[in-house]
Design a protein around this ligand. Structure first.
Ligand SMILES: [Zn+2]
Length: 281
């Protein structure tokens, strides 16, 4: 296998893995051609492998069309928007652990206030909680298109070059991973206890984490001046992004409702006049 090096774009700062000795590629983020070799910060580990795409481009476009017709409040022609779509292997960290969470919570009870405090300990095995390792994907986007099945990790040598390099060190990724797992456990407890308030402190046992590459379709389309972005899970087809509302449709609906209200109250007034009318004779 050819030796891999890291190259970074001078224009946007995006870093990718590339084959040593080959002329540097154009930047996969901004298209600039001035890419320089660089040494990734100490503690930034190469990915352990990658997850392959299961969703083809055609299917990804179909998913966008379907999502774009999901709401009657979207513009009618949204499904035909010109979508620029790119397959990207996005760097992330995957974390697993056994969580021991100590909690206090406020739940419903037969007291005067209708509430009572409870406290306890709960255990939960978190598996494959993901943290993005580059600015390509936000944490909200990654959460929205999760989960990925990380059991099918393929060797890095088979990944298409160039792929993006992560920028999170193990220490930083671990802090975010623990935070993500802790929040997930807190959300579970809130649901299980039907609690209005939950405070937690978590201990992590058998903590394991590693960097990997996730298959993601990143799309962009324009509506007037605004640029919208969609992100699709390349393994499951889960989709998230920004979809504009049609203000004409909403204004029309509001006008229709106001018109109906006026018609009804106007009608009631008229009925009053009619019912009173016989008394005058
Ligand atoms: Zn660039």
């Amino acid at each position: 296998m050819a030796e891999l090096i890291a190259v970074r774009c001078e224009a946007c700062g995006g870093a990718v893995a590339w084959t040593a000795g080959k002329p540097a590629p154009a930047c996969i983020f901004c298209g600039a051609t001035a890419l320089d070799t660089y040494t990734p910060p100490e503690g930034v580990e190469p990915p352990e492998g990658f997850l392959d795409f299961q969703v083809e481009e055609r299917a990804a476009r179909q998913l966008f069309k379907k999502r774009a017709s999901d709401s009657i409040w979207y513009p009618s022609d949204l499904r035909n928007a010109r979508l620029e779509l790119k397959a990207v292997l996005v760097p992330a960290w995957s974390w697993s652990a056994r969580l021991e969470t100590h909690y206090t919570a406020i739940v419903a009870g037969h007291t005067r206030s209708g509430k009572r405090p409870v406290a306890g300990t709960d255990e939960w095995a978190a598996d494959g909680v993901l943290v993005p390792s580059s600015p390509t994907l936000s944490r909200q986007e990654l959460t929205a298109i999760s989960p990925f099945q990380s059991a099918e990790l393929r060797p890095l040598g088979e990944a298409v070059l160039p792929y993006e390099l992560g920028s999170l060190t193990r220490t930083a990724a671990r802090a975010q991973g623990e935070d993500g797992m802790g929040r997930a456990h807190q959300a579970r407890l809130r649901g299980e206890l039907a609690a209005s308030q939950v405070e937690t402190a978590t201990l992590f046992h058998e903590l394991r984490g590693g960097p990997l590459l996730l298959p993601v379709w990143i799309g962009a389309y324009r509506r007037g001046e605004a640029l919208h972005r969609v992100v699709i899970n390349g393994q499951t087809g889960a989709i998230t992004g920004s979809f504009p509302y049609s203000w004409w449709k909403i204004l029309f609906a509001v006008a229709l409702v106001i018109g109906l209200i006026l018609l009804c109250t106007g009608g009631a007034g008229l009925a009053g006049v009619v019912s009173q009318a016989p008394r005058r004779f």
